[in-house]
Design a protein around this ligand. Structure first.
Ligand code: HEC
Ligand code: HEC
Length: 238
């Protein structure tokens, strides 16, 4: 086990070192500073991984060029912010360091430079472009990040978003629920949200069909039964 771990850390260093070399060369007496350097490198390696970026994402200027490195500056401020949060956590809980949960970059970043809930991403693209672009973006993100902690690809987020926008943007809500059902074909709550959006478009036939699919999945679901009854009787009385 130990040999495996050593092999891994050596291969990690080997992978990193070519990228580090120009940075290391700028340091005085790299031999004397060998141990802290390795600490620094593993810290940097961790940060890069937390954000899903390479070293050059922050260390973007040529060494000694004096050019500004805007992302490194943000990262520096984020480091200070993270330290501050950790101090506040200790103060808030009264627990000493070592016992209180320690916040790190990965707590928020989860493998991306710009951490955002999937609902914000889908909504912003729907609003600024259109729902087709948002659907495509969701598919792409799902392909790349499924199974990681970056985004929640469960049934809940898109249902919540569809419910929020169904009154003003029924077509968009319908498109999002169809997308959700593609990945979660047994999601009764997606069918419920879909049927609600369809009633907003006065498309009772489609809304009834959606509820009937939901009822096939959960024949005893009271909410589905109730809505179906309501919609059918309303339909008859018109
Ligand atoms: C998210 C931004 C970010 C990434 C990615 C990043 N660094 Fe850094 N790096 C910084 C910041 C900020 C500092 C300055 C930290 C300080 O002043 O305490 C720094 C400092 C350093 C230093 C000390 C010299 C200096 O420039 O201040 C070295 C060496 C270094 N990084 C190497 C790396 C390597 C190697 C990688 C890739 C494995 C990497 N960094 C990835 C932000 C980053
Ligand atoms: C409390 C949550 C939180 C923590 C902890 C956190 N960040 Fe961030 N960080 C964010 C958010 C949110 C953004 C995006 C802000 C925005 O919308 O532009 C961000 C943005 C950034 C950016 C700018 C990315 C870009 O492309 O514009 C960098 C670099 C960054 N963080 C580095 C770090 C590093 C390094 C750490 C750990 C030392 C860290 N962050 C810890 C929440 C956090």
């Amino acid at each position: 086990m130990k040999t495996v771990l050593q092999a891994i850390s050596i291969s990690v260093l080997a992978a990193v070192l070519p990228a580090v070399a120009p940075i290391l060369r700028a340091q005085e007496s790299p031999v004397a500073k060998a141990a802290p350097q390795v600490d620094r490198i593993s810290q940097m390696q961790g940060i890069a991984q937390s954000l899903g970026v390479t070293c050059a994402y922050c260390h973007s200027a040529a060494r000694g060029s004096g050019e500004p490195e805007p992302r490194k500056a943000i990262a520096k401020a984020m480091m200070e912010m993270t330290d501050e949060i950790n101090l506040r956590l200790r103060a808030a809980t009264g627990k000493p360091a070592g016992q209180v949960t320690e916040i790190q970059c990965s707590f928020c970043h989860r493998g991306v430079a710009l951490p955002k809930p999937i609902t914000d991403i889908v909504w912003q693209t729907t609003r600024d472009q259109n729902v087709a672009a948002a659907v495509e973006q969701y598919r792409d993100l799902r392909k790349r990040y499924y199974g990681r902690s970056t985004y929640d690809f469960g049934e809940e987020p898109l249902i919540g978003l569809a419910q929020q926008i169904a009154n003003g943007r029924a077509d968009d809500a319908i498109a999002l629920m169809k997308l959700n059902l593609e990945f979660n074909p047994n999601s009764v709550r997606s069918y419920l949200a879909l049927s609600y959006a369809q009633t907003r478009k006065l498309d009772d036939t489609a809304a009834i069909a959606s509820l009937e699919k939901a009822l096939e999945l959960e024949p005893e679901n009271g909410t589905v039964k109730g809505r179906l009854e309501q919609l059918k009787s309303y339909h008859r009385n018109r």
